[in-house]
Design a protein around this ligand. Sequence first.
Ligand SMILES: Cc1cc2nc3c(=O)[nH]c(=O)nc-3n(C[C@H](O)[C@H](O)[C@H](O)COP(=O)(O)OP(=O)(O)OC[C@H]3O[C@@H](n4cnc5c(N)ncnc54)[C@H](O)[C@@H]3O)c2cc1C
Length: 516
Amino acid sequence: MWNRIEGHPKAWDMIVVGGGATGVGVAIDGASRGYDVLLLEQSDFGKGTSSRSTKLAHGGVRYLEQGNIGLVMEALKERGLLLQNAPHLVRDLAFIVPNYDWWEAPFYGLGLKLYQLLAGKYGFGTSRILSREETLEHLPTLKTDGLRGGAVYYDGQFDDARLLIHMVATAFEQGATLLNYVEVTGLTKDAQGFVDGVNARDAETGNAFRAAAKVVINATGAFSDLLRLKAEPAATPMIVPSQGIHLVFDSSFLQGQSAIMVPHTSDGRVLFAIPWHGHTLVGTTDTPIAAATLEPIAMEEEIEFILATAGQYLAKAPTRDDVLSVFAGIRPLVRATGVANTAALSRDHVIHIDRSGLITISGGKWTTYRRMAEDCVDQAATLAQLPEKPCVTHHLHIHGYHDAANLFGALAVYGSDALQIRKVMETGAQLAEPLHVALPYVKAEVGWAARHEMARSVEDVLARRTRALFLNARAALAMAPAVADLMASELGWDEITRGKQLAAFREVASNYVLHP
Ligand SMILES: Cc1cc2nc3c(=O)[nH]c(=O)nc-3n(C[C@H](O)[C@H](O)[C@H](O)COP(=O)(O)OP(=O)(O)OC[C@H]3O[C@@H](n4cnc5c(N)ncnc54)[C@H](O)[C@@H]3O)c2cc1C
């Protein structure tokens, strides 16, 4: 990637700042149309919100209730395209809305039927009303007191960071140049005051450089205003950051293959309990915060709220001691006037062009990243006066595409790459060894991450190439020394670097461990 940058003779067609779902989506779209694209990410790909979501490819049942039919239809279409283009990473999942009052079955049954119909030809499974017995067949660990039945509907589930890494590979294959650990520190302007490039700094070496561009796209999520202020110190802020947390438990809390959807929590939101990689993922919250940080911390009230709400629905009420991991993410919601709480803010995406020509794309959802990118590249190409080229991502397969990846067992999320990893495992008996008894990851995955997936740190491997930190933080801490040894031999770290890497990981991981 560095060679591509150093050997680049002219201005890039587009420079994208930010390597989350939005930025990488834009890089795929731009590169696959034939534009010359550079993407710079200050930390690791997905370090921001895009590894911290509820992991649902969904239309958003909640937005249906808010009457936002257009948003729901668009997201349902994108959900369908995502399943079609990345079947190795997205799956169809049954969600059950448990009913405790007589009116809930017809009310939710009808709403969820509409949700199913709005998907049209991109539909997943058929929604219907369930008897009490059928509800318990789907959810054997649901609390039975007062349970009358349920309503089932279908949505998509995916592994967010893993999809993102495969998207980075897709963008690269389409011709984009992408670098992690390079921060954009400033924007440069031409004589007319239009943004014409970026100043950047390699976080690993400290080396600074400038790259010229016909257009710069700000896809920095919750950090969008910081970059806008670099172009225009008087810019009006457009982001209202709102935090959401998740708790992860073992699979005994939610047995079976279905998820629970609670449509109305005491704070007027929805709560999900979802089976994910052999664990139970429960979330989320919507807490306004003052400013975005790269490693947000779950607040005590948020933890207590999720434990209490989950305890109302699960036969075995989870306690703090049961929490294997806690993680927080920040929604880059776009400011609206006259809206009292962040839960009511629109989840639609916004493309904003400052007077300096800096394009900011924000809001939206993981599910709609492809559509967001299409809209953004259309506008960027017009602004930069690039030759018009049609979007081709509707049917573009994501790297690793495989329509029967389940055959690869624990390596299924790698799609067709699983075959290569299996070959690596065969080259040395120790490479097939598990890194921890509680998690399915093997040593070969570490070398794979360093060689083929741009993993640069122990944290990259444990948080985003594997999901160890998000599934079981104590297990991830126990795995860290072995991962550091493997990374050291892959990347040529000396003992001091290895020690620093471990210390840095332990500091981050301490935020994911919940103390009694
Ligand atoms: C709790 C929660 C649950 C969610 N659940 C879902 C869900 O189930 N389904 C769904 O569809 N959506 C969900 N979302 C929404 C979705 O996760 C976000 O919309 C999406 O991840 C935003 O991606 P992004 O690329 O815009 O931001 P980010 O992923 O935050 O990426 C921005 C990147 O910009 C980088 N950056 C910042 N400044 C600079 C700089 N100066 N130079 C270089 N890089 C920089 C950051 O390091 C960061 O990696 C959820 C969001 C939250 C918070």
